[in-house]
Design a protein around this ligand. Structure first.
Ligand SMILES: Cc1cc2nc3c(=O)[nH]c(=O)nc-3n(C[C@H](O)[C@H](O)[C@H](O)COP(=O)(O)OP(=O)(O)OC[C@H]3O[C@@H](n4cnc5c(N)ncnc54)[C@H](O)[C@@H]3O)c2cc1C
Length: 410
């Protein structure tokens, strides 16, 4: 079957692009090897950065402007005023809170954020402060960063494009026919359900498979491992916790970022990241939990977590490297032959990646409606489970003085 475009990978990047190319009239399919969003999107904290994070030192960079524009695109989509229509995507919060760690730097009043961008964070008055932040030092502010529930976002787009999303067996059920390196003539698939076959002849092939892009590029005869990967280990805390979405700053840098969502049993779960998560890949779970607990006691003084349960999960973040080497995020797009490889580097930047790839795409070869009936019996991928709802996840409690009690999840 002839196609305008074939997308591999159904995380934020692939799904946003599928919407964009479908609306532009392309005959396009998305192939998913695991579950939609498996990898980074389901593991992300869901913060649609407003660019503020990148202006804390007072410099208005191009990255900050781009992120700011993208946050407005998301806002319109979430309201159903723009495409993709994300009006069924749940918001964890309409804003983030921002406060300061009680450190010498903060007490000295030096190195605080100097925002170069409007709107600046709004100060939250003492009587409006949530109880969980009642003990924090200095100003608490509200930033215009929406926090989405990533699973509902993936589900929202998956529901809209179910007829164009196919499950594949990327190891044993997929074969590339190349005309030359980077020039894909056909992709042959064998159904993971009933061994039926499908031959797709796309004019362009797009890899938005996150960590899976390297392997796909090898199939297409292209060099792999072009994207730096940053391994992270995030911490989960669950129990009788208040809802909290925001960042604790240390000087001009976010020190701890907490987002929250209820699990399938209705228990609140905090997803905790920050600087400690970046070094955490080299340390064991016990040490990591201790470190996270210590970070939370600095970020949220007076908040007792005695009865909380803890867990951790590992995930690789495919990051953008700036030409300057500064490490700020921006989208990455590589084109060779009829193959495009894309990394959004941030959930928030999925719209700009889709726009960039769509603007380079050749016009659809026929402007007729895409008939998806030939794929009607092909298996469809499920949506990935949130880390805290994964079956078999281990949770543990931290006794105040004696260390660890390991327990299996209820
Ligand atoms: C812990 C963490 C927290 C984050 N928090 C935020 C945040 O708050 N805000 C923000 O803006 N960004 C955040 N990010 C970054 C953001 O999550 C990613 O930039 C974004 O989700 C990447 O989306 P993606 O679609 O490129 O990749 P992924 O989400 O990794 O999706 C790749 C998809 O491709 C599939 N796949 C893999 N191999 C193949 C194959 N061979 N064939 C077909 N399909 C394949 C996978 O199963 C998956 O569905 C966070 C990242 C991490 C790791």
């Amino acid at each position: 079957m002839r196609l305008d475009a074939l997308i591999f990978g159904g995380g934020a990047a692939g799904l946003w692009l599928l919407d964009r190319l479908s609306r532009d009239g392309h005959h396009v399919l998305l192939l998913e090897a695991h579950a939609l969003g498996a990898g980074q999107t389901i593991a992300s904290q869901g913060i649609i950065h407003s660019g503020m994070k990148y202006t804390l030192t007072g410099l208005l960079t191009q990255s900050a402007k781009t992120v700011r524009e993208m946050s407005l695109v998301w806002r319109d989509s979430l309201l159903g005023r723009s495409t993709p229509n994300l009006s069924h995507t749940q918001l964890r919060s309409g804003f983030c809170l921002q406060w300061h760690a009680d450190t010498l730097v903060a007490r000295a009043g030096a190195m605080g954020p100097r925002y170069a961008m409007l709107p600046k964070p709004e100060t939250v008055s003492m009587h409006e402060r949530p109880a969980v932040l009642s003990g924090v030092f200095g100003v608490v502010a509200r930033t215009p960063e929406q926090v989405i529930a990533p699973r509902s976002f993936i589900q929202d787009l998956a529901n809209q494009y179910r007829d164009r999303i196919l499950k594949i067996d990327a190891k044993a059920g997929m074969e590339f026919e190349l005309e030359s390196p980077g020039e894909v003539a056909a992709v042959r698939l064998t159904s993971p359900a009933d061994q039926s076959t499908l031959e797709l002849k796309p004019r362009q092939v797009i890899f938005t498979a996150g960590a899976g892009n390297s392997q796909l590029r090898k199939h297409a005869g292209l060099s792999a491992d072009l994207m730096p990967r940053r391994p992270l280990r995030m911490v989960l805390v669950r129990g009788d916790l208040p809802e909290l979405n925001g960042h604790c700053l240390d000087g001009t840098k976010p020190r701890v970022t907490i987002t929250s969502e209820k699990d399938q049993q209705g228990r609140m779960v905090w997803q905790v990241g920050g600087e400690f998560a970046e070094e955490s890949i080299r340390i064991d779970e016990k040490t990591l939990t201790e470190r996270a607990r210590s970070e939370l006691s600095i970020a949220l003084p007076g908040v007792g977590l005695r009865h909380a349960e803890w867990s951790t999960y590992a995930v690789d973040h495919a990051e953008g490297a700036m030409a300057s080497g500064a490490g700020l995020e921006s989208i990455q797009v590589l084109c060779a032959g009829n193959v495009t490889t894309g990394w959004p580097t941030k959930l928030a930047l999925a719209p700009i990646l889709a726009q960039e790839i769509a603007s380079r795409a050749r016009a659809p070869y026929v402007m007729t409606a895409f008939d998806t009936t030939p794929f009607v019996h092909w298996p469809r991928p499920s949506v990935a489970q949130l880390p805290w709802d994964e079956a078999g996840r281990r949770w543990w409690q931290v006794a105040e003085s004696t260390g660890f009690e390991l327990r299996r999840a209820a």
